[in-house]
Design a protein around this ligand. Structure first.
Ligand code: FES
Length: 217
């Protein structure tokens, strides 16, 4: 998590995992989030709870520039305002019907959600190409122990024999679970991508083993 004095940025997904017109679940300290991308390509993050009857908006669908709830079809704009209530097609939904939204930034192939009110922008990772994300059932300390290295302030951890060529961007969900984005330095061919993926998987297994050991001790 990249922080300043007023807040921080969490890398919640790879850009490539959220195509235009789709929605996916994500998690930040404030709770579950429906992360979605409009048909025109703009990402947005809404609280994952429909103001109508509480259905998860991440189960919904994107139409044009709106996110619709799967239950009764209420739809919401990127600012969180309710745009349409299908059971009352002539009603202009009142301003008071809104879903909470979070600031989103997208850069260098990653999507970031603001936690609090950070004054700075998310860190730039221009030297890296994001490869994939994986959930590690271990905290940052166990991942660092498995890698034999420490993450920097931005959450970047160098791993593998070619340290510096493969980095994990760590985004802790809690003390026992870390969303981990695998990044490769520069252009990489299929062989390098497969090797980086294997390195990350083996580190995941090792970190999860260490985490279990710590819990059972
Ligand atoms: S619960 Fe979402 S529209 Fe009814």
């Amino acid at each position: 998590m990249h922080s300043d004095t007023t807040g921080s940025w969490m890398p919640v997904a790879l850009s490539g995992d959220l195509p235009a017109g789709t929605v996916m679940p994500a998690r930040i300290p404030a709770g579950s989030v429906a992360l979605w991308r409009s048909a025109s390509g703009r990402p947005a993050a809404s609280a994952d709870r429909c103001p109508h009857r509480g259905m998860r908006l991440s189960h919904g669908f994107v139409r044009g520039e709106a996110l619709s709830c799967i239950y009764h079809g209420w739809s919401y704009g990127q600012a969180g305002n309710c745009l349409r209530i299908p059971a009352h097609p002539r009603l202009a939904p009142p301003e008071t019907i809104r879903v909470t939204t979070h600031r989103v930034e997208e850069s260098d192939g990653l999507i970031w959600i603001a936690v609090g009110n950070p004054l700075s922008q998310p860190p730039r990772l221009t030297d890296f190409v994001p490869l994939r994300s994986l959930t590690v059932l271990a905290g940052v300390a166990a991942i660092e122990a498995a890698a034999g290295a420490k993450a920097n302030l931005e959450g970047l951890l160098e791993v593998g024999e070619d340290a510096g060529n493969i980095c994990l961007l760590l985004s802790p969900r809690d003390d026992e679970e870390t969303l981990t984005h695998v990044l490769i330095k520069g252009e990489a061919g299929p062989a390098e991508c497969t090797a980086a993926s294997r390195t990350a998987e083996s580190l995941r297994r090792k970190a999860e083993g260490l985490q279990k050991k710590e819990i059972t001790q």
